[in-house]
Design a protein. Structure first.
Length: 334
């Protein structure tokens, strides 16, 4: 149980309770000073390796013996991102880099009082898996066999992460299945398209994050500058997933039509200019090309015909997406 403050930090006199701004606070009559209870910042990391999540088994109260994400308090003098990476390394031996902030959640602990959990998605850059001093164990758990986690914010963040990855994992499964089975002739013969698809899948999150930074700062997408980034990530994730399936010959035009007509209506309802919505869409193509081409060194003369064919497929997709988004935008006006 969290101990209550009883004496003044400055003069050591006893404290009383007094209202300030309709909040009952600790107050020192001698110093005429209020004392404030602010939430303590707690950082957690989600590190995913082939659909296995890194968890630690707690070796101390609260919840000793229970599993949780690598979690700990941020310290004074460090950024919140540095705190997450420090706790990750201290508890698991793994070095990492921050990919994105996933979730922020308030939590009341009987040991520490009000806490503010910030959960990051992290990628491993080095280190060797080993339990730290305050962890009884550290290991990867398959997403389908995750134990009940000690902290509610951990459970909430991990559920959100798994939900955000369902489309991505479904694409991986479809690619794996397509490799095992015979493909449509026009898809199977295009080895370059297959290489592009695999590169997009591998770099999907980087593509989306680069796109978000672009639309949040570009002059052509001013309406997006204050748009919720979680919603932007969700939209970008859906569009990149569609492109992957389209290049594989697995995405139906009717689904594409339904999605972009709805998207156009939503943008008009929210007061966006049509030019901003179309510019945001075109920027996704830009980042797919930038990351995809640079990743594989395709600036060679070989496979030139296949490059044109793959570009043709991308052009058809974005032409249809642009048409149906515009149609949805105009439908809302009528």
């Amino acid at each position: 149980m969290k101990k209550q403050r009883q004496f003044c930090l400055y003069c050591s006199d006893g404290l009383i309770k007094k209202f300030e701004d309709n909040v009952l606070r600790d107050f020192c009559p001698s110093c005429q000073s209020f004392f404030y209870e602010n939430p303590l910042p707690v950082v957690s990391s989600i590190l995913d390796s082939s659909r296995q999540i890194l968890l630690v088994k707690r070796d101390r109260a609260p919840f000793k013996g229970h599993w949780c994400l690598p979690t700990g308090f941020a310290e004074a003098g460090e950024s919140i991102e540095d705190a997450a990476l420090r706790e990750l390394e201290e508890e698991t031996g793994i070095k990492g880099k921050i990919l994105r902030l996933l979730d922020v959640d308030s939590y009341k602990s009987r040991f520490y009082g009000d806490l503010l959990f910030l959960t990051f998605v992290v990628e491993q850059t080095g280190g060797k898996l080993a339990a730290g001093d305050d962890s009884a164990n550290a290991e990867f758990w398959p997403v389908g066999k995750i134990p009940l986690l000690a902290f509610r914010p951990n459970r909430r963040a991990l559920n959100a992460y798994i939900k955000s990855k369902k489309d991505y994992w479904a694409i991986l499964d479809s690619l794996e299945q397509a490799d095992k089975n015979s493909q449509k002739p026009d898809v199977a013969k295009n080895a370059l398209t297959r290489r592009l698809v695999k590169i997009i899948v591998k770099n999907k999150e980087d593509i989306i994050c680069s796109w978000i930074e672009d639309v949040a700062n570009s002059n052509s997408t001013a309406e997006y500058h204050k748009y919720d980034r979680k919603r932007l990530f969700s939209i970008g994730d859906k569009i990149v997933s569609q492109i992957i399936l389209w290049l594989e010959g697995l995405y139906d035009i009717n689904h594409l039509k339904t999605f972009y007509i709805k998207l156009g209506r939503e943008r008009r309802k929210e007061g966006f200019k049509l030019s901003a919505a179309l510019s945001a869409l075109s920027l996704i193509r830009k980042h797919i090309w930038e990351i995809g081409i640079h990743q594989d060194g395709w600036r060679k003369n070989i496979d030139l015909y296949m490059t044109f064919e793959m570009q043709r497929r991308m052009t058809i997709f974005f032409d249809l997406a642009t048409f149906y988004l515009t149609q949805g935008y105009e439908d809302y006006l009528s």
